[in-house]
Design a protein. Structure first.
Length: 147
């Protein structure tokens, strides 16, 4: 049975390896910095799923007082299609509801049809919006040393 709990700092390497195995890492995002930043804001919304003492799933949630956000949902490829992602999403939803969050948003890359089908299956709908982003702090090595 999957044990879901809040992320702890000793989980960092396992979570980054998980994200890598799921193809979630991008060169413009430093995963260690993403984790460090998350630990300073709403750390209780960063969840991991443990199986037999190892981390096989993770999700990073957030709430800004208006909407909840879900990022980095990942399940080890060898453990997929067992309901673990859905269990993590439900656990995150429960935590968000408990703090008054009325809606959960997420972003999916437009070419990731398999993931879009998963989210539709568990009740998410396309909001017909375009997502914009603007990097405020670069995660390049030079900037990381200055922080």
């Amino acid at each position: 049975m999957l044990k879901i709990r809040s992320f702890e700092l000793p989980d960092q390497n396992a979570v980054i390896e998980l994200w890598d195995s799921c193809g979630l890492l991008r060169p413009w995002n430093d995963p260690e910095l993403d984790i460090l930043r998350k630990q300073s804001v709403g750390a209780d919304l960063f969840l991991v799923g443990e199986l037999d003492g190892g981390i096989v799933a993770a999700v990073m949630g957030g709430y800004d007082g208006h909407r909840g956000w879900m990022n980095y949902l990942a399940v080890c490829p060898s453990q997929q299609r067992r309901g673990y992602a859905q269990q993590l999403v439900k656990a995150l939803e429960k935590r968000l509801i408990s703090i008054g969050c009325p809606k959960l948003n997420l972003q999916v890359r437009v070419d990731n049809d398999q993931v879009m089908q998963f989210y539709k299956k568990i009740g998410f709908k396309d909001d017909n919006v375009v997502s914009f982003g603007k990097r405020l702090i670069s995660d390049t090595a030079a900037n990381v040393r200055q922080q």
